[in-house]
Design a protein around this ligand. Structure first.
Ligand code: TYM
Length: 347
């Protein structure tokens, strides 16, 4: 299908999601949240979802899940998402996600799912013990996006393969049913922080599921903790290079420079123009100061919002109603296309 035809048929609409499977990290913030706020400021219609149904593909303590969902919502709002302008809600409150996921389970092929690297990483050695949900996860993710006919999805680099699968599912659905119904979604993977790495190992992604808390900065970390984590971040003994080529075989140094660049809103070249030739003894405290000045107002505001969980729930509820109003008619049309009889009287 020509992109021009698609563009004409589908108005630009953004969808993205974050799992409330623990606290938000600096990786989530720089790779996703900060960019969600930029998109909102560009005036693009945007839907942001706390994907609680994705979170339970691995075991979650119910009380912790509830807390993490509210805390992530607080993180979105504290980072600058305005729940009046953008739609902010949690996934389980809009049933279209689960409904469309089932249809996509019947569209996606086993061979496609078998190629998903994130399943392999998360399931680890004992694949037999992984949940069926973890395996089917990317079909639910496609449903999240396509239930809103979203055209653009801002994410970090680690989600690229899932977004390719989303495109494949849309194309196969449209082809099998002879329709032009689902848009072929564009990933938006932009900026210097599309893959923030662990502070302990520059070859691993910074992740909320890493057993070492020293590997990540959490949005709820206080100033001292942030400073200590950067001070102890693994690096090499060389000073910073003058040019970005000098970062090529230095994963840890490159990561810290990229984090600095993303926080300062500049690129790596500009960071090296200022710090090239300096050691980490100089650079790390500057990086910590920058991170504290960017993150402290967010964590303070999160703390304030978490004083009133009822208000957070009310915001998520209103967001879910607005999300439902978009997804329901799309879901109904989808059932018609598939050939489902729906004759139950409603209302
Ligand atoms: P999740 O919850 O793992 O991460 C949420 C977002 O943060 C980005 N991210 C990172 N970016 C840069 N560096 C990092 N170290 C880093 N860690 C995480 C992720 O790329 C993501 O954008 N499957 C998704 C959630 C999801 C979703 C969706 C996303 C469910 N449905 C529909 C977009 C559209 C996930 O597990 O993200």
């Amino acid at each position: 299908m020509a992109e021009a035809t698609q563009a004409a048929r589908f108005a630009m609409r953004i969808f993205s999601g974050i799992q409330p499977s623990g606290g938000l990290t600096l990786g989530n913030y720089l790779g996703a949240l900060k960019r969600f706020v930029e998109k909102q400021e560009e005036g693009i219609e945007a839907i942001y979802c706390l994907v609680d149904m994705h979170a339970i593909t691995v075991w979650q303590e119910p009380e912790k899940l509830r807390h993490a969902t509210r805390e992530a919502a607080a993180g979105f709002i504290a980072a600058g998402i305005d729940p009046e302008r953008s739609i902010l809600f949690n996934q389980c409150q809009v049933t279209a996600h689960a409904e469309l996921a089932w249809i996509f389970n019947c569209v996606a092929r086993m061979g496609w799912m078998n190629r998903m690297t994130q399943f392999k990483d998360k399931a680890g050695k004992d694949k037999e013990a992984a949940s069926l949900g973890l395996y089917a996860y990317p079909a639910l993710m496609a449903a999240d996006i396509l239930a809103y006919h979203a055209t653009h999805v801002p994410v970090g680099e680690d989600q690229r393969q899932h977004l390719e699968l989303t495109r494949d599912i849309a194309i196969k659905f449209n082809h099998d049913y002879g329709v032009d119904f689902f848009p072929v979604t564009e990933p938006l993977i932009e900026g210097v922080a599309t893959r923030v790495m662990s502070l302990r190992d520059g070859t691993k992604k910074m992740s909320k599921s890493d057993p070492s808390d020293m590997s990540r900065i959490n949005l709820t970390d206080d100033a001292d903790t942030i400073a200590q984590k950067f001070r102890k971040a693994r690096t090499d003994p060389e000073p910073l290079p003058e040019t970005t080529e000098g970062l090529e075989d230095r994963a840890e140094a490159r990561n810290l420079v990229n984090i600095y660049a993303a926080l300062a809103g500049v690129d790596a070249v500009q960071v090296l123009a200022e710090y090239g030739g300096q050691g980490f003894g100089v650079f790390k405290p500057k990086l910590a100061d920058l991170a504290v000045s960017a993150l402290s107002p967010i964590s303070a505001e999160m703390g304030r919002l978490m004083q009133d969980p009822g208000e957070i729930d009310a915001i998520l509820g209103r967001g879910a109603e607005r999300a439902e109003a978009i997804a329901r008619p799309i879901m109904e049309r989808c059932y018609d296309i598939v050939g489902m009889v729906r004759s139950r009287r409603t209302g």
